[in-house]
Design a protein around this ligand. Structure first.
Ligand code: IPM
Ligand code: MG
Length: 367
């Protein structure tokens, strides 16, 4: 069998810097664990716009469909703020999600013990936190039609449409229940069934799918209360399943609980391909951080942990994913810190590449 293939789309801002560290990790697994990947690279976001005038070319889109998994860095930046909406960097990412039909976005929010004091919440509230947010990613108000800005009654109107079919809800709910079965068997679904019909249907369909998972304890929350509960007592949650827009907001809230956005990975998964692997794109939750780009200050851990998710969800290498996650934990426990993880004055920060090297060394020590 040929080696599994990866398409790396480093993107903009700190994307290329953090991805350079992931490449070290990929090489390590090839050299030391016999997990050899065929790696190709392409452009996305502003980088693609600079080269080709579009945030994602048809050719790159086709390559993304052909490989076993895509690893993405970040897209966007102030240089692209004035671009037409249709060619903004974010459109490249949204096109990948939509055309690959990556309907289940897994966003774990885990609080590493070494970092529990970094959260804006008290250590007692966040220590040991381990939540999995499953965000619907290919439908809802992000993609619903009609949409646009038009004139009506002598003024401009901005319109977006929240729309969910029951099959769209059912498939993401099923993905969330499957995860819950492998975790603490608790699932909380969040919507606004008190004000939105799409929320009423969401709740009904989640309950229908729940019938196939009698072992999972199911609860429902209005998404506004869900946001409040995430800040009040986040450890009450195991798996949260929610729609595209609420998931965007709630996953940023959950991210901050852990202390640093620079730590959080994500996986976006679709239906299985012919080879049985899910269509998949892995990316850090953080953005392109243009303010620190090119200075060696970025934390590569979120992107590295996204590769760990790729090992687990695309390449059936859960044990190796665990090895990588433990290497990250060890490096943090040893006090290696990029600037986003520094508290005390006078500590010497590690650069992006020093952090990557430390994780490679911890991997080596794990053998
Ligand atoms: C995210 C981001 C994206 C989103 C942007 C960059 C389009 O905020 O992945 O959470 O809104 O989905
Ligand atoms: Mg977001």
């Amino acid at each position: 069998m040929s080696n599994p293939s990866l398409l790396i789309l480093a993107g903009d801002g700190i994307g290329p810097e953090v991805m350079a560290e992931v490449k070290k990790i990929i090489d390590w697994f090839g050299d030391r664990r016999g997990l050899v990947f065929e790696v190709e690279e392409g452009l996305v976001g502003g980088a693609a716009h600079d080269a080709h005038g579009v945030p994602l070319t048809d050719e790159t889109m086709a390559r993304a469909q052909a490989v076993d998994a895509v690893l993405l860095g970040a897209v966007g930046g102030p240089a692209y703020d004035d671009l037409d909406f249709s060619v903004k960097p974010e459109r490249g990412l949204l096109r990948l999600r939509k055309e690959m039909d990556l309907f289940a976005n897994l966003r774990p929010a885990q609080c590493f013990d070494a970092l529990a004091d970094f959260s804006s919440l008290k250590r007692e509230v966040v220590a040991g936190l381990d939540i999995m947010i499953v965000r619907e990613l290919t439908s809802g108000i992000y993609f619903g039609e009609p949409r646009g800005i038009f004139e009506e009654g002598g003024e401009r109107v901005g319109l977006n449409t929240q729309r969910y079919t029951e099959s769209e809800i059912a498939r993401v709910a099923r993905a969330a229940f499957e995860l819950a079965m492998k975790r603490d068997k608790r699932l909380c679904s969040m919507e606004k069934a008190n004000v939105m019909e799409s929320g009423i249907l969401w709740r009904e369909v989640v309950n229908e799918v729940a019938a196939d998972y009698p072992e999972v304890e199911v609860s429902h929350m209005y998404a506004d209360n869900g946001g409040m509960q995430l800040v009040r007592a986040p450890r009450q949650f195991d798996v949260i399943v929610t729609d595209n827009l609420f998931g965007d907001l709630l996953s940023d809230v959950a991210a901050m609980l852990t202390g640093s956005l620079g730590m959080l990975p994500s996986a976006s998964l679709g239906a299985p391909m012919a080879n049985g692997r899910p269509r998949a794109l892995y990316e850090p939750v953080h953005g392109s951080a243009p303010d620190i780009a090119g200075q060696g200050k970025a934390n590569p851990i979120a992107c590295i942990l996204s590769f760990a998710m790729a090992l687990r969800y695309s390449f059936d290498a859960g044990a190796e994913a665990g090895r990588l996650e433990r290497a990250v934990e060890k490096v943090l426990a040893d006090g290696v810190r990029t600037p986003d993880l520094m508290q005390a004055e006078g500590e010497a920060p590690a650069s992006t590449s020093e952090m990557g090297d430390a994780i490679v060394a911890a991997l080596e020590a794990s053998l």
